[in-house]
Design a protein around this ligand. Structure first.
Ligand SMILES: [Zn+2]
Ligand SMILES: [Zn+2]
Length: 282
């Protein structure tokens, strides 16, 4: 069985480097930030750079997903943060359209002043606005990532993500990303087969496996239920290799992109990816 597996790679020095970094990390799938993830605004993409990136990705048959800026918070009640978040999201959809990227992973959001139910409603309302404002880019799916549940973050319970989706009008534009470190920190014990199968059937019953587009494969530096988001290299954290062996060989996940966001650069990612590939049952 072949899998779509790779790393979150850097675009430092130009977008085309992401494609070169795919090779350096033995990736056939990559995740990128299309701009500096810690800034609201970015200069427009250079057409020459766009062409080079698209050609390289197409030639090497690399599946690509974008990760939205960490600054975006669709649950915010701060007017400026919310305006910037929405503008940034819509801009990212347009950038991804030019780059032939169909999936944008994002963290749902948080609000420490509102009850959970109201934050969820805000997130869904803002998603509805973003989706209806980008109807001409309907090929692009907005992919909600599970979170570790730090502070007032939404997304550490599968049911919260299901509630967001239920309130979104154009559900065909919504996907989900599971981050193994985040769900483990949120309290889902996937270390052994029984717990893993229980989690996956919960996901299937509450959200539906058809919505699962991306899995971030990260081990966890912190123990089960810590609510702390600290990624570890594969097999070097509290999750351990058995869980990754189950995930990567799971036929129910054959259309999912697997991305490592583990510590280190290309060489560490290459070892993580080779380790994961070695777990594949031929
Ligand atoms: Zn992640
Ligand atoms: Zn994380």
């Amino acid at each position: 069985m072949d899998v779509m597996l790779g790393a979150h790679v850097s675009i430092a020095g130009g977008l085309n480097n992401a494609c070169l970094n795919a090779k350096a990390t033995s990736s056939n799938a990559i995740q990128i930030f299309t701009k500096n993830q810690l800034q609201w605004h970015a200069k427009e993409l250079d057409q020459n750079e766009v062409e080079k990136f698209k050609n390289c990705i197409a030639e090497k048959k690399i599946k690509t997903v974008s990760h939205l800026s960490y600054l975006v918070n669709l649950g915010s009640t701060d007017e400026l943060v919310l305006k910037n978040s929405i503008d940034c999201f819509i801009d990212e959809i347009k950038r991804c359209h030019r780059l032939n990227i169909n999936l944008i992973v994002f963290h749902p959001g948080s609000n420490k002043f509102l009850p959970e139910r109201k934050t969820i409603k805000r997130i869904s309302d803002n998603l509805n606005y973003i989706i209806s404002s980008t109807s001409s880019f309907s090929e692009i799916m907005l992919v909600i990532e599970t979170t570790s549940g730090q502070g007032s973050q939404i997304g550490s319970k599968i049911e919260q993500i299901a509630k967001i989706i239920n309130l979104v009008e154009y559900k065909n534009r919504i996907g989900v990303c599971i981050d193994t470190c985040h769900i483990f920190a949120a309290g889902y014990d996937i270390i052994q087969k029984e717990g893993y199968d229980k989690f996956l059937s919960l996901f299937n019953n509450v959200i539906g496996l058809n919505r699962l587009k991306v899995i971030h494969l990260n081990d966890s530096l912190k123990p089960l239920g810590s609510n702390v988001d600290r990624h570890a290299s594969i097999g070097r954290g509290y999750i351990g290799l058995d869980a990754f062996r189950l995930i990567i060989n799971d036929k129910r996940l054959k259309d999912v992109l697997f991305i490592v966001e583990t510590p280190g650069g290309n060489s560490e990612h290459k070892s993580d990816i080779e380790l994961l590939r070695s777990l594949l049952v031929k």
